[in-house]
Design a protein. Structure first.
Length: 198
């Protein structure tokens, strides 16, 4: 699995087969040092992932997980009826004491809930509410992940949930057996930090 260079120190951009690169420029590296201490401090309360299932990203059938705003944020879409889906939000932290637990609750009630559930997720809703399914769809370069998820779902559909899939993880590992260092940038960062802490 290719991971973004956003958090890595490598100055090289990600290169794609058609010659494109991401990020297009490196200007952001001139100012990321300003916010890095804040991000590191906020990350202390988020439990590090112990397996690939707890890493950030999309998890089929309808879950998205990310480290966001000082907590581990999970958004899960659950179908209820034919035209009704409920969205569940989970925010997970691991405070070290009662004072921090109180602070996390206060921050959730006053700021984090608004930032994540309303400001962040409502932007997705604004695009989805008026979506029409009777007109041709126009996909762009940012929809590459959507296209891959659809291919996966359709392929699985033809053979059921346990259908063999032509893609294999390196070393023919089952999805639950993939080592966490292959899918988690945070795990690699924690491992790199561990020798310095000793």
């Amino acid at each position: 699995m290719a991971e973004s260079n956003y958090m890595r120190r490598s100055p090289r951009p990600d290169l794609y087969p058609n010659g494109w690169k991401w990020p297009k420029t490196n200007y952001r590296r001139f100012f990321t040092w300003i916010t890095k201490p804040l991000a590191e401090r906020a990350r202390r309360n988020i439990p590090p992932p112990q397996s690939a299932k707890w890493c950030g990203g999309h998890h089929l059938p309808g879950m998205f997980r990310a480290e966001f705003g000082g907590d581990l944020y999970t958004r899960m879409c659950v179908p209820v009826e034919e035209h009704l889906t409920r969205v569940w939000y989970y925010h997970c932290t691991r405070p070290k004491n009662a004072g921090r637990r109180l602070w996390d609750r206060l921050m959730y009630a006053t700021l984090r809930r608004w930032i994540i559930e309303y400001n962040f997720s409502r932007r997705d809703e604004a695009a989805m509410v008026n979506q029409r399914y009777d007109t041709p769809e126009k996909l762009s370069g940012t929809d590459a992940e959507v296209i891959q998820w659809r291919k996966l779902v359709v392929t699985k559909h033809y053979g059921g949930r346990e259908a063999p899939f032509e893609y294999r993880n390196p070393d023919d590992l089952a999805p639950d057996a993939v080592p966490i260092e292959r899918v988690s940038v945070r795990y690699l960062q924690e491992q790199a930090r561990a020798p310095r802490a000793r």
